[in-house]
Design a protein around this ligand. Structure first.
Ligand code: SUG
Length: 419
């Protein structure tokens, strides 16, 4: 089979909870302390996978990482189960944040790289403590899914002195998925009210590790106002697919320079810009309009998989209706319900990692058809906790249920190596 785009969604883990851990992520801050519904959250995610599969797309998945992370707690000296001090650190060890696989790694498909292999670099996620513990387990899973060394190279994360948040700050534009592309690495500058989680040097290191042609790699500064307004990752204000960039007009520090550089490197580029006069930056971030999956559908037209929150916001809906009535490249808008993830700042695009590859070269245990989705949903329905209240975090009995649920999933999926 030819090279195609495969979306690998993170299955929401059984410890999914709202602990308000991500400074600068407004949804995480405002839902901190709410009860969470892990079973419903995971089923919503599986429904999204089913939805995208039914569009004729290739769908993959990654298993949740082991939680609570006892090694993380031990390394912090938090060994007493009864110790309720340092509640945020304890919550960090329970976080199901690996569900947002757009932060798992940065991916450069084979047509872009010097050695003709698809390169993946795990993201170190060092800015947020609860996310900094993900990458060693993530890289284990990536090395299993993409073990075929003739087609893939999986790199460890770049050094922790340079924050890297993976594909959420990386966009690839190309005439087609299987053609050589232009890769954009978006970074932030520190100094604003919220952390700039992506460092410029991390993107530059990843581009070198992947063997990209310097003429087809752009390093683009995110606008300080976007970060200050709550766009903690670029994929909250822009998304690209093949020749199309869909962006808010305030996404980049130098929008005109960025568009000109894209057009110079990729003459067929089409840039769809949403002006602040139609959808303000605040509305874009609250609705997660841009945290959409921009997908090439079977007939070659593009569809935008958006969260229901975006569809329900009048200004966004008005803009989308006008866009659909025009003759632009995005022909369909497809709302999906991922509310449990959204309440922690994770929309449809956060929940997936895009890999352009021949599916036959991927470990089949990480690829899904309808029957396999039903199988995973069965395990979730039977073993995932229905509800977690903030006071439950740290409870030995809940920790046991979370571990048992993940073990049942790994058994069913034939992935005991990840136990
Ligand atoms: O890193 N939220 C995640 C959301 C990640 C979204 N990903 C992309 N934009 N690609 C984050 O901020 C919240 C966890 C908590 O507060 O309990 C959290 O980690």
């Amino acid at each position: 089979m030819a090279l195609v785009e495969i979306n690998f969604d993170g299955l929401v883990g059984p410890s999914h909870n709202y602990a308000g851990l991500s400074l600068g992520n407004l949804a995480s801050a405002s839902h901190g302390g709410d009860p969470s519904y892990p079973r419903a959250a995971a089923l919503q995610g599986l429904d999204k996978m089913r939805h995208n599969l039914s569009l004729g797309l290739v769908q993959g998945w990654f298993a949740p990482l082991p939680r609570p992370n006892q090694g993380f707690l031990d390394s912090l000296g938090l060994t007493q189960p009864a110790d309720s001090a340092e509640i945020r650190l304890r919550a960090a060890a329970w976080s199901a944040s690996s569900m947002w696989t757009a932060n798992a790694a940065t991916v450069s498909p084979a047509p872009d790289t010097a050695d003709g292999r698809c390169h993946l670099t795990a993201a170190n996620l060092v800015t947020m403590p609860h996310r900094s513990q993900e990458w060693p387990d993530t890289v284990r899973q990536l090395r299993l899914a993409f073990a075929d060394a003739a087609h893939f190279a999986v790199h460890d994360a770049v050094p922790a002195c340079f924050g890297d948040e993976g594909a959420a700050n990386h966009m690839r534009m190309a005439p087609r998925h299987d053609a050589p592309g232009l890769e954009l690495f978006v970074y932030g500058r520190p100094g604003g009210p919220f952390p700039a989680r992506q460092h410029e040097q991390a993107g530059r290191a990843v581009a070198r590790l992947h063997g990209l042609d310097p003429a087809r790699a752009l390093f683009v500064e995110q606008s300080a106002e976007a970060i200050a307004a709550g766009a903690f990752h670029n994929d909250v204000v822009a998304v690209a697919n093949e020749r199309v960039l869909f962006t808010h007009e305030q996404a980049f520090a130098d929008p005109d320079g960025t568009y000109a550089a894209i057009r110079a490197a990729l003459p067929e580029a089409e840039i769809v810009i949403v002006p602040a006069s139609a959808v303000s930056l605040a509305e874009a971030i609250r609705s997660y309009l841009f945290n959409a999956q921009l997908l090439t559908l079977g007939d070659g037209a593009m569809g935008l998989v958006i969260p229901t929150e975006a569809w329900e916001m009048p200004s966004v809906r008005g803009w989308l209706d006008t866009m659909l009535a025009s003759n632009g490249p995005i022909r369909r808008v497809l709302p999906v319900d991922v509310r449990q993830s959204m309440a922690n700042g994770g929309g449809p695009a956060c929940l997936r990692l895009r890999v352009v590859a021949d599916p036959a070269t991927v470990d089949p245990r990480f690829l899904l058809d309808a029957a396999r989705i039903d199988l995973l949903a069965g395990v979730v329905a039977q073993t995932w906790p229905e509800q977690i209240d903030p006071v439950d975090i740290g409870r030995a009995s809940l920790a046991e249920s979370v571990r048992t649920a993940r073990a049942a999933l790994l058994d069913t999926a034939g992935l005991r190596e990840l136990a």
